[in-house]
Design a protein around this ligand. Structure first.
Ligand code: PLP
Length: 363
């Protein structure tokens, strides 16, 4: 029987993050990297762990990584805030700019957590519908930010779960047109950059001090297990956001691994390139299937629209291939999102999808 405790008002009705997790044979539902650490990086991590001072709070390691990331972007340590995944960074930014009566504007469909973080921060989420092809209507977005007198605007670029990329010129137009902070969630930007269609908002930081960039080690750098992300922002925004974080919130293991990965990030280049090539090959294969709409992606996943998406998802679940479906999420009816795995995994799931579409398999 449920007890009648005095839970925080609104908490009981709050949605959770609705991902179905199990021990998938092929796991392509969370946009993770299909491969573990490159051997050279692993070797380095292990030798560094030998020297970790486990008895001390890890402020020194956190400062070191902030310094290293700042240097990589030609910024100062004061411009870098680290978090337990960029999820924590985003959540804390929503807290920093949220509160009663404050509004936070973001596109829809986009990362499902924006809505939840807005609610948790007691702010009002203001979703702006993407166009039918899932591109952003920049003028509409700017108008929504202005009309709502938003305290924070958020754009995911490239966008999850659609894969769509917003060119830097458009990002700059938005930055120029609004005065509230603009958070660019660039969880997948490494893929766009490697393809030279980049357009990271990092290049706008000096000219537009209200631009904030959030990045993560979870996707292109395959470090989802370490929970490590960071934001780049002007010193005042970084300082205020830092106040909402717990002291020593990052653990020394994750800091050490992330620092090593950051130093050795060139080791990841060929993996990122391979993922892009695989994505394009898969997109070509999927497009040939009758009834499939495949949306252009600049990230490590593909969004597909298909009348029988629910049935296909059921079939893939049956054979232990985990993909992301969105249930009844607004504007995502009949869509599935496939993360790009290793070439061997990709071959398998593409064959499974093709066989299902040709009605060679039954539930
Ligand atoms: C995966 C993802 C993140 C963050 O992931 P972390 O593991 O918390 O760093 C942030 N934004 C989007 C859009 C994502 O898809």
């Amino acid at each position: 029987m449920a007890m009648e405790y005095n839970y925080r008002p609104g908490l009981a009705d709050m949605p959770g993050y609705d991902v179905v997790e199990r021990d998938w044979r092929i796991k392509i539902n969370a946009n993770e990297c299909g491969m573990n650490l490159p051997p050279l990086v692993l070797e380095r991590v292990i030798s560094r762990l030998d020297r970790v001072a486990f008895n001390r709070y890890p402020n020194e390691q956190a400062d070191m990584l902030r310094e290293a990331i700042a240097e990589g972007y030609n910024l100062k340590k004061e411009n870098v805030v680290l978090g337990n995944g960029s999820s924590e960074i985003i959540e804390k930014l929503f807290v920093t700019f949220g509160g009663r009566g404050h509004k936070i504007v973001y596109p829809q469909p986009s990362f499902s957590m924006y809505k939840i973080y807005a609610r948790a921060a007691e702010a009002e989420g203001v979703p702006v519908d993407l166009k039918p092809d899932y591109t952003l209507d920049v003028n509409k977005f700017i108008a929504a930010v202005k009309e709502s007198e938003a305290s924070l605007a958020v754009i995911c670029n490239p966008n999850n779960p659609t894969g769509c990329r917003l060119p830097l010129k458009e990002v700059e137009k938005i930055a120029r047109s609004i005065s509230c902070p603009l958070l660019m969630d660039e969880a997948y930007m490494e893929f766009a950059e490697a393809e030279c269609v980049g357009g990271s908002a990092v290049s706008l930081l000096k000219k537009y001090p209200h631009v904030i960039v959030a990045r993560t080690f979870s996707k292109a750098y395959g470090l989802a297990a370490c929970r490590m992300g960071y934001m780049l922002a002007a010193g005042d925004i970084a300082g205020m956001t830092g106040k909402t974080m717990m002291p020593y919130c990052l653990n020394v293991l994750s800091l050490t691994v992330a620092d090593t990965v950051w130093q050795m990030r060139d080791e990841y280049r060929h993996r990122i390139i391979q993922t892009i090539a695989e994505r394009d090959r898969l997109a070509t294969g999927l497009k040939k299937i009758a009834g499939f709409t495949v949306y252009p992606s600049a990230a490590n996943f593909l969004l597909v629209k298909y009348d029988r998406a629910a049935e296909l998802n059921e079939y893939l679940t049956e054979i232990s291939i985990g993909v992301r479906s969105f249930g009844s999420a607004p504007r995502l009816e009949n869509t599935l999102r496939f993360s790009i795995g290793t070439p061997a995994e990709n071959e398998q799931w593409l064959l499974a999808v093709q066989a299902f579409a040709r009605e060679e398999v039954w539930l």
